[in-house]
Design a protein around this ligand. Structure first.
Ligand code: GDD
Ligand code: MN
Length: 379
């Protein structure tokens, strides 16, 4: 592997070896936090061999430029800019993959994580039989800082639910601040779901062998510059991550989301039908037809917004998407009825026949719209 003379060149200082520790920092609109964070890393990691990799999702505030400006004069700093992509977990994963260091750390770019913990994390990984060291708010000595009561409650609930897929002894699986051995990371990188915000949950739930871990306390600091990117969508993404870990090897989570929205569509259908037929006394067939159309538009809009958020259709494409969705679902309805009728004729009982018909219709709708409505690559 060594090119001839590499060791000599390294010794002569002509080449630089990979650092011991890469700190991966996902960023989105954190321009004003970059320089202070790099300064703090220099202070805290004095005497250690480290680098920091900022993974920026093309922030409109010019975060990537701010990083490159520093990187131009500081070889410890690198910028990985992703274009047309969003996602905290996937940013962390790609940042770690861009590094050759034997030890990796992940921390936020908004100064809320305490960089002074990094040397202790590294030391623990080097000196103890551990795979991961977690910066934890929930062990003795750690804390939530100025978290509001509302966020504390949400964080605790999310932590409790996480124990479906991560060891119950891990107190702060929601932490986005940790260090991990490269081999432990590489051991599960292909199994990661890479969805949403919770990369640590993903790592613990994806590793083929239990990760040996320790938690070190830190107090979550207040954000000074910039804004949190936490929104309601984060909760949905978290649910999808947990589902993917629990059942993703059997059923794609997108199909689950699609089916959940489909069931909501049934409710919408019944409400519209009830309104038109029962309340307004309209003709049954006309009411049923209207309810079907409303439910289809509802299902399409919601799937576009949630199930396929990463490839959302807008404008004219939205209209075209709706048309292909309705066409696909109409055929799906025929498949549904055909299947149910066939089973019923073969003495299978009405409930089983109906459920089988619904399943066939749902799978058809999902498969066809995945390809024809949301599938084509678009800029
Ligand atoms: N590249 C990239 N892409 N970075 C992102 C994205 C994204 O889509 N969304 C957020 N980030 C970056 C932010 O710029 C910040 O550096 C970091 O990820 C955390 O985002 P915040 O918006 O500040 O999150 P938070 O403070 O609400 O959440 C933090 O606390 C959680 C614990 O409650 C994060 O540390 C989480 O990882 C942590 O789990
Ligand atoms: Mn934050």
């Amino acid at each position: 592997m060594n090119a001839p003379g590499t060791a000599r060149q390294l010794a002569a200082g002509l080449l630089r070896s990979a650092p011991l520790l890469s700190i991966v920092v996902p960023t989105f609109n954190e321009r004003d936090n970059i320089a202070p964070l790099v300064d703090r890393l220099h202070d805290s990691l004095r005497g250690l061999d480290w680098e920091v990799v900022f993974v920026d999702d093309d922030s409109p505030d010019g975060t990537a430029e701010a990083v490159r400006e520093i990187a131009a004069v500081d070889t410890r700093v690198r910028c990985l800019q992703r274009i047309g992509r969003r996602g905290l977990s996937s940013a962390c994963i790609e940042g770690m993959l861009s590094s050759s260091a034997p030890y990796l750390a992940v921390m936020d770019g908004d100064l809320q994580h305490d960089e002074r913990l990094l040397p202790a994390m590294l030391l623990a990984l080097q000196g103890e039989p551990l795979d991961v060291v977690v910066g934890s708010r929930y062990v003795e000595g750690g804390g939530l800082g100025t978290f509001g009561a509302h966020r504390i409650a949400i964080s605790r609930l999310a932590t409790r639910v996480s124990h479906l897929v991560v060891p119950a002894t891990l107190r702060d699986p929601m932490s986005g601040f940790f260090a991990i051995r490269r081999d432990a990371f590489m051991g599960c990188v292909r199994q990661l779901s890479a969805m949403g915000f919770k990369i640590l949950v993903d790592l613990f739930a994806s590793s083929p062998r239990p990760l040996r871990f320790r938690e070190l306390p830190f107090t979550f600091r207040e954000r000074i510059a910039g804004q949190s990117k936490l929104d309601t969508q984060v909760a949905w993404d978290y649910g999808m991550l947990l589902l993917d870990k629990l059942v993703g090897h059997v059923v794609p989570v997108r199909f689950i989301a699609f089916s959940l929205i489909g069931s909501l569509g049934v409710l919408v259908h019944l409400v519209v039908l009830g309104l038109l037929f029962r309340a307004l006394g309209a003709d049954f067939v006309a009411s049923q037809l209207s309810a079907t159309l409303v439910a289809m538009v509802f299902n399409f809009a919601l799937n576009n917004r949630i199930t396929y958020r990463d490839r959302q259709l807008h404008g004219l494409r939205w209209v075209r998407g709706l048309a292909s969705f309705m066409a696909a679902c109409s055929v799906g309805a025929l498949a549904n009825v055909g299947m149910a009728a066939w089973l019923y004729q073969h003495e299978q009982g009405w409930l089983l026949a109906a459920l089988a018909g619904i399943l066939v219709g749902a799978v058809w709708n999902y498969a066809i719209t995945a390809v024809y409505t949301w599938g084509r690559a678009r800029p």
